[in-house]
Design a binder for this molecule. Structure first.
Ligand SMILES: [Zn+2]
Length: 327
């Protein structure tokens, strides 16, 4: 079972419990009111009988008689309800005191409006996705809204002939477009560039948008990913948590800091297997690395390089280190 379906089961249960509690609370209020207000219980019983009559009438043959009878019962029901409202008000209660109070009136806490997910359910799923993504607080400070293009120099580089800001403007708009149009068939991206140029910021920004669309996103540093996979590989079945399974199965994996993992002799094979498996299964991945192709080649084997530079869309983050520029 991957994290997504587990999370969705929890949310389903949450909605079930929320709705049940709304009913239970309303029942408690009704019983209290019936105890305190003389005549209310009798009136409620009368209303219940009328409601039963509606059901009975509806099961009968349709025709003129039926329509007439139904109208009569409806009128009776309405009159009794008005009487009930007044009785509550007269005794100092609001007319809707015993009504079921849902957290979300739009979907009555079912999470659905017809076949469609209610806005409250979409929000809840996005929150769960955020909690499960590994992004934690990062996403609060590092999203598209907080990305400052002005902090990149607009002075053209004498050698290149264009400015850092121009480069970043293009990258920023590509990243936005990627996030907004994300689907299961999206490309994989390779962010290459020195530390401090916004690779983590923009991948976190993409993650936020993609999570809000309802996709399962995992954000993990390459060193953590390697140790998670190693742990699960050597754990016996009873200990296995299969956290690593989500790295392989999620809709979008963001692998930060490739090249900084403590290189055990298994590392290149583990990274290759992860990257290759996701490519074979057409699952998009975003890889961030500070290393240039030549340096990557020294740490990993040629197979990884040809996968990353051959099949990923490469985005080159150029310019000065922003963190250093700010000092
Ligand atoms: Zn709702």
């Amino acid at each position: 079972m991957n994290g997504r379906s587990k999370g969705h089961e929890t949310i389903k249960e949450e909605y079930f419990n929320k709705r049940r509690k709304a009913f239970d609370d309303a029942k408690i209020r009704r019983e209290e009111a019936e105890r305190k207000i003389p005549g209310l219980k009798e009136l409620d019983e009368k209303i219940a009988r009328v409601a039963a009559n509606i059901l009975e009438a509806a099961s009968e043959k349709k025709g003129e008689e039926f329509e007439k009878r139904l109208e009569e019962i409806k009128a009776e029901n309405l009159a009794l309800r008005k009487q009930r409202d007044q009785l509550l008000i007269k005794n100092g209660y609001p007319a809707d005191y015993t009504k079921v109070r849902y957290e979300c009136e739009l979907c009555s806490d079912t999470g659905f409006i017809g076949q469609n997910a209610c806005a409250c359910l979409k929000k809840r799923i996005a929150l769960e996705g955020l909690l499960n993504s590994g992004l934690g607080k990062l996403v609060k400070t590092q999203n598209f809204e907080t990305f400052r293009i002005e902090s990149y120099s607009d002075a053209p580089d004498p050698k290149k002939g264009y400015s850092d800001r121009e480069v970043m403007k293009k990258i920023l708009s590509d990243c936005r477009e990627y996030a907004e149009n994300f689907s299961a068939d999206s490309d994989s991206l390779l962010f290459v560039g020195q530390t401090g140029l916004g690779k983590t910021h923009l991948s976190s920004a993409i993650a936020k948008v993609v999570i809000e669309k309802g996709f399962d996103v995992v954000y993990e540093s390459a060193p953590n990913a390697v140790s998670m996979i190693e742990r699960d590989r050597f754990a016996d079945d009873s200990e296995r948590e299969d956290k690593s399974a989500r790295l392989f199965n999620c809709d979008l994996l963001i692998l930060d800091d490739l090249g900084t993992e403590l290189s055990s002799k298994n590392t290149p094979a583990i990274i290759y297997n992860l990257i290759n498996t996701r490519l074979v299964n057409s699952k998009p991945t975003i890889v961030n690395t500070n290393l240039a192709a030549r340096e990557l080649e020294r740490t990993y084997d040629q197979r990884i390089i040809s996968r990353l530079f051959g099949e990923y869309r490469v985005m080159l983050f150029e310019g000065r280190d922003l963190r250093r520029a700010k000092i």
